[in-house]
Design a binder for this molecule. Structure first.
Ligand code: GLU
Length: 492
């Protein structure tokens, strides 16, 4: 049997370090056993998936030195490798489950579902909704069917007993069936949900081992049942530990930059970042910290993954990357790598249009552009001196901006501007006043090039991190203050 593993990212945002981490372990596992590694794009959520996100995910994984044998860009025997191009396949399998009595059409509206949920809560019944709870009277069901009312297809779930499955790292896992809901498989627009598409594709793409994050453990019973309904062998499951923030919470962009683009913009070497990701819950037999991708693959043993939540700590990453920078680059290589990082045409062509109109000679460029080539800026309270705003007001603007930017996902200058403009109106501030602390946070001075342009070039994670850093420089909110501000912010 040829070992076949896969990574199945959803292209709904910036490329996440967690995706690279899981990709690395899937690749290591496949390579170590002479197998194949597949990249599949799970873009069934058409409202959130974008071609741009897919491209940055692929580019970022490649930048890190990860490569795949089959995928949307390289092709392969089991394509297409983008789920949106496989729609007909899933509909056929959903129909098969209906025909065989393993699934049912559900005509309930959102309001009806809400009512059922509320009444179950009142009665103290388990939250997951199964087929009985979702059933309409036969008459009503027929009426809606005849009227061609919109419906979804849901899978049937055993109403009692325990689901058992094996995990390569965790051994036997048990989950009670009454904690599993009658999952939607096909949505009313005919698109499959993750569960159906994932199982069908893993089967058709002959995936033998599924290494994925532990957040998917609760999906395993549904998947196991689907394999059983289809009479297919289930791949071996392996749920990897989640990456964590230094405070042990799940790694999240609100606390720690999660985008690979951030680490690239920060100037980490891909080899350093990949080495650090390999250290997340895994160690070399001799426990050495610094090793290459090849050394990892040659020594790979999945059983050396430890389940204690690995902490993604930027200080440790910087230390390790420093070893790579100092020990693995000749002076010429360093110069070239730095040139490619800082002065590549793609980056320069974003920056120069902002700079050109403001300089008289080339020697004026570096002082104006240095914040495009920096990480966190060296700020102090003096930098935030303003003719009318107090430091307290500035801290509040920074905090409100952090909250607003955390939930702002589109990152072009126009949408950033209109978001910040509406925040200024809600806070009853002139837009210039609201932007002042952001100028300082992003560029180190208020006399700089357009702050929204700069933010769009620096990207969401770098921009958010700088605004957070500015707030920390001035003193982040005390507990009491945070409570008050949160209330005010919610009321905006
Ligand atoms: N599309 C899922 C994700 O975004 C894939 C999960 C899996 O590997 O099964 O992570």
């Amino acid at each position: 049997m040829t070992i076949r593993t896969r990574i199945a990212p959803s292209p709904t945002g910036d490329p996440h370090v967690g995706t690279a981490y899981i990709a690395l372990f899937n690749l290591a596992f496949a390579r170590q056993q002479g197998g194949k590694f597949v990249l599949r794009i799970e873009d069934t959520d058409q409202t959130r998936s974008t071609a741009e996100s897919e491209k940055t995910i692929l580019d970022s994984l490649r930048w890190l030195g990860l490569d795949w044998d089959e995928g949307p860009d390289v092709g392969g025997e089991y394509g297409p490798y983008r789920q949106s191009e496989r729609k007909d396949i899933y509909a056929k399998y959903a129909q098969q489950l209906l025909d065989e009595g393993h699934a049912f059409k559900c005509y309930l509206t959102a309001d009806e579902l809400n009512d059922i949920r509320n009444s179950r809560r009142e009665q103290g019944l388990p939250a997951p909704l199964q087929q009985d709870a979702l059933a309409l009277s036969t008459e009503e069901q027929q009426k809606r069917e005849a009227a061609n009312a919109p419906f979804v297809i849901r899978m049937k779930i055993p109403t009692q007993g325990v689901c058992e499955f094996d995990d390569m790292l965790r051994g036997k896992i048990e989950i009670e069936w009454n904690m599993v809901d009658a999952q939607i498989l096909l949505k009313s627009d005919g698109m499959p949900t993750y569960h159906l598409a994932n199982v069908v594709d893993d089967h058709l793409m002959k995936i033998t081992h599924v290494l994925r994050g532990e957040e998917w453990i609760n999906s395993a019973p549904k998947h196991q049942l689907l394999y059983k309904y289809f009479n297919w062998d289930m791949p071996t499951l392996c749920h990897m530990p989640l990456l964590r923030n230094p405070d042990k919470s799940k790694l999240s962009k609100r606390k720690n930059p999660t985008s690979i683009l951030y680490y690239k913009r920060m100037g980490y070497m891909p080899e350093g970042l990949l080495n650090y990701l390999a250290r997340m819950g895994w160690s070399m037999p001799d426990e050495r910290e610094k090793f290459t991708r090849k050394e990892m693959f040659d020594n790979f043993d999945i059983q050396r993954v430890s389940l204690g939540g690995p902490i993604f700590d930027q200080t440790k990453l910087s230390w390790l990357n420093g070893l790579w920078v100092r020990e693995n680059l000749t002076t010429e290589e360093f110069a070239l790598a730095f040139q490619q990082w800082a002065l590549n045409p793609e980056y320069l062509m974003q920056i120069i249009p902002l700079i050109q109109q403001r300089v008289e000679k080339f020697s004026d460029v570096a002082p104006l552009a240095n914040f495009f080539l920096s990480g966190m800026l060296d700020l102090n309270e003096e930098d935030f001196k303003h003719k009318s705003l107090t430091i307290e007001e500035i801290r509040k603007i920074l905090q409100f901006s952090v909250w607003r930017l955390d939930t702002h996902n589109q990152w072009d200058k126009d949408s950033l501007f209109s978001e910040l403009k509406s925040l200024s109106e809600q806070m009853d501030l002139k837009i210039r006043d609201l932007l002042f602390p952001l100028f300082v946070a992003i560029s180190g001075t208020s006399q700089s090039v357009s702050v929204v342009d700069s933010m769009s070039i620096l990207g969401p994670d770098m921009s958010r991190a700088r605004v957070r850093h500015a707030l920390n420089t001035l003193g982040s909110a005390s507990k009491k203050e945070a409570k008050r501000w949160e209330k005010e912010y919610k009321a905006l």
